[in-house]
Design a protein around this ligand. Structure first.
Ligand SMILES: C[S@@+](CC[C@H](N)C(=O)[O-])C[C@H]1O[C@@H](n2cnc3c(N)ncnc32)[C@H](O)[C@@H]1O
Length: 304
């Protein structure tokens, strides 16, 4: 069973840099900004399972005190795969996203009781496009705002017969959505082998096996497709790093959907965008998240 060991801490947003410095010096493998409520930023800092979390928590508190950081809370937490599965299965009734999609957990769609199955299939129907998902260990249940922003952008921009590239496919949810909107060819990649395994299964459950090609690796591992739509729901650092590579891949007139950005981080990407040939055509927000939509102008239609 997989296990995540992390410290969950909250402090004023202005102390983020200093608090992160302390966590890196304590050996964190990565820091995730979890939520921002008024004056409190909550983060999760992940550590190797063999490290003593309680001792780390104690050290972090002491170093925050010396640095003058007003730590509101710091707790040591261990989350197991089983907890995560249980949460997903308990919470998930079929739900709608945007104007077109309805997300149904595969377990519910395949329920042994025919009347329950019929109920969920009816719920999925509702003249919406059903996407059947079992996320397993991969990100992409459809419950996260960053995924929802991508789905809403896809339903506006994927036209039947087009080609799409999904970078960081996770459960495969966005690639499946693009295929179900009529994309002729979708290439989806992820650097996590478990995600690809799950995405392949979800693709098959949704009848998309013929349209979607699943690739283990980053954009460099994908075939030299120049898509009409590229979608990437990734951490801001990765988007910064890969922005020009994504932009170069686009066909003229193509759309690029970038999600995974906290609203206060979006300016970092917009600055890169201004130095590129791309045109920012939409900025959509949900909760504390922002999704940027760029278009690569057709020749002769360069933005001023
Ligand atoms: C936030 S999840 C997005 C999942 C899904 N596309 C969604 O929107 O719900 C990001 C995914 O990107 C993958 N990833 C991280 N770095 C990557 C990279 N350089 N290239 C491709 N995938 C990457 C992660 O393994 C993870 O599955």
């Amino acid at each position: 069973m997989r296990q995540w060991n992390y410290l969950q801490a909250s402090f004023p947003p202005d102390d983020l840099d200093e608090a992160s410095g302390i966590l890196w010096s304590l050996g964190t493998n990565g820091i995730e900004e979890d939520s921002l409520r008024s004056d409190r930023l909550q983060i999760k800092a992940y550590f190797d399972p063999l490290q003593d979390l309680q001792a780390l928590c104690h050290d972090f508190k002491a170093q925050c005190r010396s640095a003058g950081i007003s730590l509101f809370r710091c707790t040591a937490r261990i989350q197991t795969e089983r907890d995560w599965f249980r949460k997903w299965r308990q919470q998930l009734e079929p739900f709608s996203i945007g104007r077109r999609f309805r997300i149904v957990a595969i377990e519910r769609a395949a329920h042994p009781d025919a009347s329950v199955r019929a109920k969920h299939n009816r719920a999925a129907g509702q003249s919406r496009i059903p996407i059947f998902i079992e996320p397993g260990m991969a990100f992409g249940t459809g419950t996260h705002e960053t995924t929802q922003l991508c789905l809403e952008a896809l339903e506006r921009h994927v036209k039947p017969g087009t080609t799409c590239l999904d970078i960081g496919t996770g459960s495969g949810i966005l690639a499946i959505a693009a295929a179900k909107l009529g994309a002729r060819r979708v290439v989806a990649c992820d650097t996590d082998p478990i995600a690809i395994e799950i995405a392949v299964q979800n693709g098959a459950e949704n009848g998309c096996a013929a349209q979607v090609e699943w690739i283990l690796g980053d954009i460099d591992k994908t075939p030299a497709l120049r898509p009409e739509c590229l979608v990437a729901n990734l951490a801001v650092e990765l988007i910064e790093q890969e922005f020009s590579k994504f932009a170069l891949r686009l066909k003229n007139g193509a759309t690029m959907i970038l999600s995974g950005l906290l609203t206060r981080q979006a300016g970092r990407i917009e600055r890169l965008g201004r130095r590129s040939r791309l045109r920012l055509v939409r900025r959509a927000t949900k909760g504390e998240w922002t999704c940027l939509l760029y278009v690569r102008p057709k020749p002769g239609r360069l933005s001023p």
